[in-house]
Design a protein around this ligand. Structure first.
Ligand SMILES: *Cc1c(COP(=O)(O)O)cnc(C)c1O
Length: 485
């Protein structure tokens, strides 16, 4: 019988120390040689499953054996998000201090449902979020809470918006079986992330509650169209509850005119949620503060530090001016927990549907302290400058065409030699992307704007620098040359 089967206890501290050091060495080695890996693995769906045992082990296994399977089984099936050649979607790269904080968080295992269950976690969350608020330039009347993802942050914002709408009593009476409840409306643009749609589904509002407001030629919501849509709804007894504006949309990183949208929201007393999940981190730079224009007038604001602030997934922040409404939406305190409501102490469990909460603020604390505001600014500023350089390359390239304004470091472009119909170009660009990603040396994604297929490169990895973009340019050029037109 193995040791671990006999001793009825956890791994002994000495063994933990030994394997802990081994694992930290493994991680350091991984980062040192990360560029020797391909960004994308050479696998088919089911490849890893076919290599894993169908049944769990009866007896405990040696840590050495488990470790060796990381190299043998896991790495070959991994898409390396931390690789400097990862330019797809919005990257999320983890940094040393963030990883160390995750180890600590798991070790302490504090569950911060109430202040008493973890005073340190509750209070560190409050302080680090106030730091973050100052860093991005939101006013003091914004209060913050950590959730896992922007999907969850958005869901909570829309739930609070629904609670704010006068006289609906949805918390008490729900939405089903009621004939006194008209259609409730959420306004988005065609470029709003689907997290808003998913929130509508989850909250029982349904997809019919989503009104897509037209965008302009730079993919920004048109305030006049929003205004007309709201007035039209009100005339038809539909109740507007929420507007979702975006700073840095997922396709093209366009920026909705938040200031004008806020004026409309204010006029009709509609909750304005601003989704800045990725691009919000850029507001740490003084020269990028303009992207926050109007955000101070929003009711809630979401930012994912796990995207462009180099924290390991997951950590999303929801800032709101109306924590009282968020609390009214979600607080249902059971008697067993009521006893822990101490004078003045904040219990984060009252501000969301989760009871148990991880000690996530540790990684925010570690990362902000390790890099400092200046360090984070320098990294993000470098990404913006790499983006400018790449944009210039596209602009000067005889066969490439820029497809959207570049606000940050995400560039939308397509192959266009100039004499082919759009449908043919769609096909060619789809092949081009496939050929680029088949090298597995870099990973780009695609999107559609105005119905056209295009390629999208997003530069935000902490290990990404000029040499990686030079390599990307070279691969794109090679694959253009080998396109069969
Ligand atoms: C990434 C992103 C989301 C979704 O983020 P998750 O944290 O994965 O839920 C939503 N909105 C925008 C603008 C995003 O960039």
């Amino acid at each position: 019988m193995k040791d671990q089967n006999k001793n009825l206890k956890d791994m002994p501290p000495d063994a933990f120390r030994k394997y802990g050091h081994q694992l930290v060495d493994w991680v350091a080695d991984y980062f040192e040689k990360i560029e020797t890996y391909k960004v994308l693995p050479d696998v088919k769906p089911g490849d890893l499953i076919s290599k894993l045992p169908v049944n769990p082990p009866e007896e405990g296994e040696d840590m050495d054996k488990i470790f060796s399977d990381i190299d043998k089984l896991i790495l070959p099936a991994l898409t390396h998000w931390n690789h400097p050649g990862f330019f797809a979607m919005f990257n999320s790269t983890s940094s040393g201090p963030g990883i160390l904080a995750e180890i600590l968080s798991a070790a302490l295992n504090a569950n911060s449902m109430t202040w008493l269950t973890s005073p340190a976690s509750t209070e560190l969350e409050k302080v680090t979020l106030d730091w973050l608020r100052q860093m991005i330039g939101l006013p003091e009347n914004f209060w913050g809470i950590i959730y896992d993802t922007a999907s969850t942050s958005t869901l909570h914002a829309i739930a609070a918006a629904r609670e704010q709408a006068e006289g609906l009593k949805i918390k008490e009476k729900g939405m089903s079986g009621r004939d006194d409840l008209p259609l409730l409306r959420i306004y988005v643009s065609e470029h709003t992330h689907s997290v808003a749609h998913k929130a509508a589904v989850t909250l029982g509002l349904g997809l019919e509650s989503i009104k897509v407001v037209k965008s302009d030629d730079q993919f920004r919501m048109i305030p006049l169209e929003l205004s007309l849509a709201i007035e039209d709804d009100i005339k038809n007894s539909i109740i507007p509850i929420c507007i979702v504006a975006t700073i840095g949309t997922t396709s093209s990183t366009s920026i909705d005119p938040v200031d004008e949208i806020a004026a409309i929201a204010n006029r009709h007393n509609i909750w304005l949620h601003v989704d800045a999940a990725q691009a919000g981190s850029a507001a740490i730079l003084p020269e990028m503060k303009w992207i926050m224009n109007g955000a101070d007038k929003a009711d809630s604001f979401c930012l994912n530090p796990h995207k462009w602030m180099f924290l390991p997934v997951d950590l999303s922040v929801l800032f709101t001016k109306k924590p009282d409404i968020l609390k009214r939406t979600f607080s249902i305190t059971l008697d067993i927990l009521k006893a822990y409501e101490k004078g003045g102490a904040q219990n984060y469990m009252d501000y969301g549907f989760q009871l148990g909460r991880r000690f996530r603020s540790l990684k925010l604390w570690f990362v902000i302290r390790y890099f400092g505001i200046e360090g984070l600014q320098n990294i993000i500023r470098n990404h913006l400058s790499l983006g400018k350089d790449f944009e210039k390359w596209i602009d000067e390239h005889p066969q490439l065409e820029k497809m959207a304004p570049v606000n940050f470091s995400t560039i939308c472009f397509r192959f266009n030699p100039g004499n082919l119909p759009d449908t043919k170009l769609d096909e060619l660009n789809e092949s081009l992307l496939k050929n680029i990603n088949d090298t597995r040396d870099i990973f780009l994604s695609h999107t559609k704007l105005n119905g056209r297929y295009l390629l999208r490169i997003s530069i935000s990895g902490i290990r990404t620098d000029q040499e990686h973009l030079d390599k990307a340019k070279q691969i794109i050029d090679d694959k253009i040359k080998s396109l069969i037109i």
